[in-house]
Design a binder for this molecule. Sequence first.
Ligand code: PLP
Length: 451
Amino acid sequence: MTAGKRNTAQLQALDAAHHLHPFTDHRDLGGRGTRIIERASGVYLWDSEGNKLLDGMAGLWCVNIGYGRRELADAAHRQMLELPYYNSFFQCTHPPAVELASAIAEQAPAHMNRVFFTGSGSEANDTVLRMVRRYWDLQGQPQRKTVISRINGYHGSTVAGASLGGMSAMHEQGDLPIPGIVHIPQPYWYGEGGDMDEGEFGLWAARQLEQKILELGVDRVAAFIAEPIQGAGGVIVPPATYWPEIQRIVDQYGILLVVDEVICGFGRTGEWFGSQYYGIRPDLMPIAKGMTSGYLPMGGVIVGDRVASCLIDQGGEFFHGYTYSGHPVAAAVGLENLRILREEGIVDYAREQAAPYLQQKIAALAEHPLVGQVRGVGMLGALELVRDKRTRERFPGKGAAGTLCRDLCIRNGLVMRAVGDTLIMSPPLVIQPQEIDELFDKAWRTLNMAA
Ligand code: PLP
């Protein structure tokens, strides 16, 4: 089998010699070598050995419209010929950035009307940190610098992104978090709820925010940041009591609410944004991934009127921006992606058809002896594996059961991700019922092999 001009073994050898992979223990690549994904269509991937895999993760939670949409390639091609690059600094802009900002504002909650463009979700969260501090400076409260975040949240890999995130493994490498970022417990009832019922635990977890605000002093707290549903942390769906209580607390103390929509945005929950699913009112929403369905890198921050009017009316220059903020080709692709999502009714399809069916199938997996809890909202799902369903006893060897199942999934032609012993899924929104059947047939087969 060939991959381009070189065969699989040659590519693997070059990869082993020259490629430093993100989030990878390279010693794990020693045995069979890196899997080389060559092409994709719809919800399927093909590797260089000819294996066909159902992509239960939409790449990295991003290929919302599915693979192989020629319209996006055509939009990129047209834009590259017309204007491959120009910036939106220095009193300039270009049509794709303007059109995309306005299309996103149209789709966003009514009080959010501006978009600041970045190259990724991590850069979006760097922007968030700078923006909230700038906002409080302009409000005459420069001491309000601290951002409260959550343990096991994920907000990216840059220094600010990893600091805002609550991944201890990331913090341990590189002396993070940076000062001015503190973390509170996550709303992870199944793992950390103790004797509390789910609703009670949701209130308890939300009130950790209030407690932290009071401990630090309200006049030192700039913002609270969280994902609507923690994705990389293991698809942690908060109890129904959680978000309304968070909203009450941020309103009461007047701190900014940042809702990280990098995964949940652009239809993943069955609504355009996770904030709309939970009925919450963010001041800032970092976005990326589904914004271009991953066809080109792009991110941004959707900025609510409270912050935007302050930055614009009182701000002077905000010394922040990226060479590729609003890159014309990425913006043209984003615009075409948005057109497809809207005109083909993909978010409605996800909400009304795909998600109810997917969630029904996830719920059925709760019967499997290895599955302690199933979780899911919209087109997100998780299966938490335990040794003993009754006592919630974990398997020995942290994450070993998850890794085993993930690898068995691949053997069965399915891509799922393992976060510790939790298997997670986030398929393209366009997945069809018979493909959902196939996904779950493969998941059941995998769990039966592992049992
Ligand atoms: N925020 C969330 C919620 C994410 O899930 C991610 C990536 O997975 C990021 C931010 C970082 O985005 P990126 O990898 O594009 O920098």
